[in-house]
Design a protein around this ligand. Structure first.
Ligand code: A3D
Length: 320
């Protein structure tokens, strides 16, 4: 059987890291696409030359032509611009919306059967726009944010409790932005919910609140340190986990920006919710019970996403 074809649209910091991870994990053959001439070709060649050392079997090519995406099984989209210090994700809306139009049309024309993972910010609005421009079924277009946000939460929790990150599970809902909802009740260490760990004296409520806030600000913390761009190692690893769930039909339960219609009282909005990812893409949206505080935070986050979607419609009337 031929190896899966994985198209990486955008060959910048995340795109290059994705290509490297996909090759190391032998998930398939990689086509790196970018409008910048030479960048995807150069990165593909560099990573391919690490193959004899690492011992992986995967072909890597770079291109500036959408036609080379033909027949891709998975597309991971990072095309666009990232944040600089002082910018919010929402500041990227106008520029990246135009990029989503070009990318969506390229996917529609060349690989309409692909499973598409969007990473470009502002995430929830961009994945919605990408789906609109591509016309693919909603279950085949999903946004990566929750896996990263919960990985950040898990990392901070493992430091606080001095336990392996493997034993920490974390749950993050809502839009990928300042209003994201890290759920303390549904996050655990070895199955013990965080409020129980506070009661057991492992940490204090104040420390937990600070970790929740650091998780919300996790992207900005890295932008502030790097100064020239945003995080790329953990975002790439998170998207690869989602691609692997699809390619291997793993039925993983992961937080993703998925199209929600019916659940959570929503009528067709892309927002971060737990989903089952398998061979049919988003196979199920998992609706968990939220308490009053979580519901209020989730609703605030949903309103922020709705505002961004409305702004997209204002910029590009074809989306209205
Ligand atoms: P960067 O290194 O600048 O790479 C972006 C690439 O997109 C560049 O190589 C550009 O040449 C390319 N590009 C621009 N326009 C087009 C186009 N029309 N077609 C094809 N390629 C194009 O950025 P990055 O890789 O660090 O980040 C990429 C995106 O991911 C940004 O929008 C970030 O804000 C976003 N991001 C999202 C998360 C989430 O958790 C959702 C995390 C980190 C970054």
């Amino acid at each position: 059987m031929a190896r899966p074809k994985i198209a990486l649209i955008g060959a910048g910091q995340i795109g290059g890291t994705l290509a490297h991870l996909v090759a190391l994990k032998e998930l398939g053959d990689v086509v790196l696409f970018d409008i910048a001439e030479g960048t995807p070709q150069g990165k593909a060649l560099d990573i391919a030359q690490s193959g004899p050392v690492e011992g992986f079997d995967a072909s890597l090519t770079g291109t500036n032509a959408y036609a080379d995406l033909k027949g891709a099984d998975v597309c991971i989209v990072t095309a666009g611009v990232p944040r600089k210090p002082g910018m919010s994700r929402d500041d990227l809306l106008g520029i990246n919306l135009k990029v989503m139009k070009a990318v969506g049309e390229g996917i529609k024309a060349n690989c309409p059967d692909a499973f598409v993972i969007c990473i470009t910010n502002p995430l929830d609005a961009m994945v919605w726009a990408l789906r609109e421009f591509s016309g693919l079924p909603h279950n085949k277009v999903v946004g990566m944010a929750g896996v990263l946000d919960s990985a950040r939460f898990r990392h901070f929790l493992s430091l606080e409790f001095n336990v392996s990150m493997k034993d920490v599970t974390a749950f993050v809902l809502g839009g990928h932005g300042d209003t994201m909802v890290p759920s303390v009740r549904y996050s655990t260490v070895g199955g013990i919910p965080l409020p129980d760990l506070v009661a057991m004296g492992w940490t204090t409520q104040a420390k937990l609140d600070a970790i929740v806030q650091r998780t919300r600000d996790g992207g900005a913390e890295i932008v502030g340190l790097l100064k020239t761009g945003s995080a790329f190692y953990a975002p790439a690893a998170s998207a690869v986990e989602m691609a692997e769930a699809y390619l291997k039909d793993q039925k993983r339960l992961l937080p993703c920006a998925a199209h929600v219609k019916g659940a959570y009282g929503l009528d067709g909005l892309y927002v971060g919710v737990p989903v089952i990812l398998g061979a049919d893409g988003v196979e199920r949206v998992v609706e968990v019970k939220l308490d009053a505080t979580e519901k209020a935070m989730f609703d605030k986050s949903v309103d922020a996403v709705k505002g961004l979607v409305a702004a997209c419609k204002g910029i590009d009337p074809s989306l209205a």
